[in-house]
Design a protein around this ligand. Sequence first.
Ligand SMILES: *Cc1c(COP(=O)(O)O)cnc(C)c1O
Length: 381
Amino acid sequence: MSDPQPDHTLLTPGPTPIHPAALRALTRPMLGHMDPEVFALNSEIQAGLRTMYGAAEGTFTALLAGTGSLGMEAGFANLVEPGDEVLVCTNGSFGARMAEMAGRYGAQVRLVTAPLGQPIDPADVAAQLDGVKMVAVVHGETSTGVLNPVPQIAELMRGSGALLTVDAVTTAGMEPFDMAGWGVDYAYTGAQKCLSAPPGLAPVAISERAFARFHARRTPTPLWYCDFEGLRDYWDRHSYHHTVPVNLHYALHAALHAALDEGLLTRQARAAQIGQAVQAALAPLGFTPFVVNPAHRLPTVLALRLPTGFDDAGVRAALRTRHISVTGGLGPTAGQIWRLGLMGETARPAPYLTLLGALEELLGERGLTTRFLDALEPALA
Ligand SMILES: *Cc1c(COP(=O)(O)O)cnc(C)c1O
């Protein structure tokens, strides 16, 4: 195995290139998880996460010591009891993962589906709400590049009594997220996606309503490690629950505050501009958007259908030898699409100039980088 290359160009839809401030924070000397300095750091993280999620003041936020999938699992483990009806929106792999997890915690799972590449229809959710205790939906479906209409779904659920769980892995920190305004009860993401922190932490936000449901449980959650009150013991009451990964907290704190200092609207614009310039650069080669309706496209994951006859595996392998990582399709879209990441530090001109320059050479095509820079010019001016 060769040494990792410091100049590796990571264009995957997660992990994203680590933010320089997060990288520096990782190398700090170790502090104990019960150190007052760590508790002070944690409260700043909690406040920053409330801003990132658009959560009401006083909403409990925390980091779980695991990746985004632990954030997903903790929601079902704490908020679902055996026999509960849970409506899961499933129009891709991560929606399917939610349905699988809800089932493992005993939920009676009802599915609302949509064809691959299309969003969930809020009316389909509204039509099935009777008796439902929770609706779970992926905001940005990474497997297809679809943005699901979470605000509209939330609107139709109002007054139903069902909790709303939202997978915000490809949106929070980069796209508008209004937990309080929409009425989201449980939201989670993964550190290595929109925040460009190292993998290993799942930032979560839990509403008062979700805590009320948790307290009404007949039996304790089977997932002791992420028990909502166990989290509160550590994060709010500063008593020991489990040893948190302190350096990862420092790294996430640095990345989160860099994101908030940059501004969420600026980050949103950055993803949109780079995505549109990449599309403009690749369109003449025959790359077309996989998600047909522009209003349904997830701005942080650009899913492009490959030109007819394009050697997906061959080109990506050749790119990899140049230390450029590009992700293809997942499951049914394998060999048919590329999924280019536009989260966090990926949504910058430099990594895409590297990709487009390499494609010019590999494919014997000209003009990719010029078209990219021309398309970006208004934004950079
Ligand atoms: C990446 C991802 C996850 C899972 O996160 P891991 O960090 O891989 O566990 C969940 N949901 C979505 C939408 C994702 O993109």
